[in-house]
Design a protein around this ligand. Structure first.
Ligand SMILES: [Zn+2]
Length: 297
């Protein structure tokens, strides 16, 4: 009898006796909380779910404090879509575009990249809190995000990676397996890879959305010595703050801000990820710009 599915958790695992590791994640409230902030048509919400799952899976490989961003830009109804994940599995994201002409009835199965993003590029950015930012960019060569991600890892790191994503309007789930640097012969590693990725191909979308992580792993790999690690909670987290908003305002210059303040009484900045409002009056704007600035003009 299948146990209840996992909610908002990510689990790492590896296969003893091989150089292959993996992660499995399921988003429910975290996904719905983010969707509730926006009013995306269903096909957009589903594509967004895939991006959030991808961010969670890739974010799990962060070894230190930092943020992973998975984003795509295209020339279709969706012009930009991005999802971020911190090393503590805090996720947020946003979709930009013109969704008026999206036919919400044509959707069948997984979201279609070509239909929604047109011709698009995929960028993955890893931003450690300390150290250098890394970004890799590839063309989106398939209409499935999972294929595009596999292609990304092959191109950027020559790493065999297999990813399966499954989304519904209520939940989103994903599983990834990846080859690590080899400690075995290439021949042996190839055999392991073929075996495990063939098994993963048999996982159905409905199983991903309905089965617990343990049940999915058992169903796929019960003969393959899977070792699971402690699970991590995934939640909606926005990294905006008053301080960061103030820093962003500095680039606009005090003249423009004070002007707006005079016209409208207040400058209101709304976070595009979480709808949090930051309000600034004349005094608080003056406080952002240190007096020494005046001497330079
Ligand atoms: Zn925010």
């Amino acid at each position: 009898m299948a146990r209840m599915k996992d909610h908002d958790t990510l689990q790492r695992f590896l296969f003893d006796g091989t150089d292959i590791r993996g992660e499995i994640t399921s988003l429910t409230s975290s996904y719905r909380n983010i969707l509730n902030l926006n009013n995306y048509p269903t096909p957009i919400a589903l594509l967004f779910g895939e991006f959030l799952v991808a961010a969670s899976l890739i974010g799990a490989s962060l070894k230190q404090a930092g943020i992973v961003t998975v984003q795509a830009t295209g020339n279709g109804p969706v012009t930009a879509i991005m999802a971020e994940c911190t090393q503590h599995q805090g996720i947020r994201g946003i979709v930009r575009g013109n969704f008026e002409n999206i036919d919400i009835d044509t959707l069948s199965g997984s979201p279609d990249i070509a239909e929604l993003l047109g011709s698009a590029t995929l960028a993955i950015t890893i931003e450690p809190q300390k150290g250098e930012r890394y970004q890799g960019i590839v063309e989106m060569v398939s209409s499935k995000l999972s294929d595009c991600l596999e292609h990304y890892f092959q191109q950027s790191a020559q790493l065999h990676t297999k990813i399966k994503l499954a989304v519904s309007p209520k939940s989103a789930s994903g599983i990834l397996i990846q080859q690590m640097p080899l400690t075995q012969s290439a021949e042996q590693a190839d055999l392991h890879w073929q075996h495990l990725s063939t098994l993963m191909d048999t996982l159905k979308n409905s199983e991903q959305l309905q089965l617990s992580h343990n049940d999915q792993l058992y169903r796929l790999f019960h003969e393959d010595n899977v070792r699971t690690f402690e699970s991590q909670h995934v939640s909606f987290f926005c990294s905006c703050s008053l301080e960061r908003t103030e820093r962003a305002l500095v680039s606009l210059g005090s003249d423009e801000l004070l002007e707006t303040c005079k016209e409208q009484g207040l400058v209101i900045i709304t976070c595009q990820f979480c709808d949090q409002e930051y309000r600034f009056d004349e005094n608080s704007i003056n406080a952002i710009f240190p007096p020494s600035d005046d001497l330079l003009h």
